[in-house]
Design a protein around this ligand. Structure first.
Ligand code: TYC
Length: 102
C-alpha cells in the first residue's frame, strides 16, 4: 500500500495477469499395420499406464480411430509425441502420435 497526501493509507492490489498453462492431449491414431502389442508397450512405457489400462486404450483406438494417451503441459506433450514417433519409426511401424489443445 501507499500513503496519500493527507497521510491516510491506501491498499492497492496488483492485477494478476499470468494465465494458467494450457493443457494438451496426446493422442494415438489407428492404422492397419502397427502391432497391438507395440501400442500397448508405448502406452505403458511412455505414458505409465498399467497393462490393463493400456490394453483398454489400445482397443479403443483400434475401434474408434483415435484415443487419448494423457494430458500434459505443452512442452511435455511435444516431447512425448517426439519420443513415441522416434520409437515407432525405429521399430518400422507407421504409428501416428499427435497433440491437441485440451
Ligand atoms: N489396428 C492395429 C492392428 O490391428 C492396432 C493399432 C491400435 C494400431 C492402435 C495403432 O494406435 C493404434 N494391428
Amino acid at each position: 500500500g501507499r500513503e496519500d497526501a493527507d497521510g491516510t493509507a491506501t491498499v492497492e492490489r496488483l492485477t494478476q495477469k499470468t494465465e494458467p498453462p494450457r493443457l494438451y492431449q496426446v493422442l494415438l491414431l489407428n492404422d492397419d499395420f502397427t502391432p497391438m502389442e507395440f501400442v500397448v508397450m508405448v502406452l505403458q512405457e511412455y505414458f505409465r499406464h498399467d497393462l490393463d489400462t493400456a490394453t483398454q486404450i489400445m482397443l479403443k483406438i483400434h475401434h474408434d480411430g483415435r484415443g487419448v494417451c494423457g494430458v500434459f503441459s505443452k512442452d511435455v506433450a511435444a516431447t512425448k509425441v517426439e519420443l513415441v514417433l522416434a520409437a515407432a519409426r525405429r521399430a518400422g511401424h507407421p504409428l501416428q502420435c499427435i497433440m491437441e489443445a485440451a
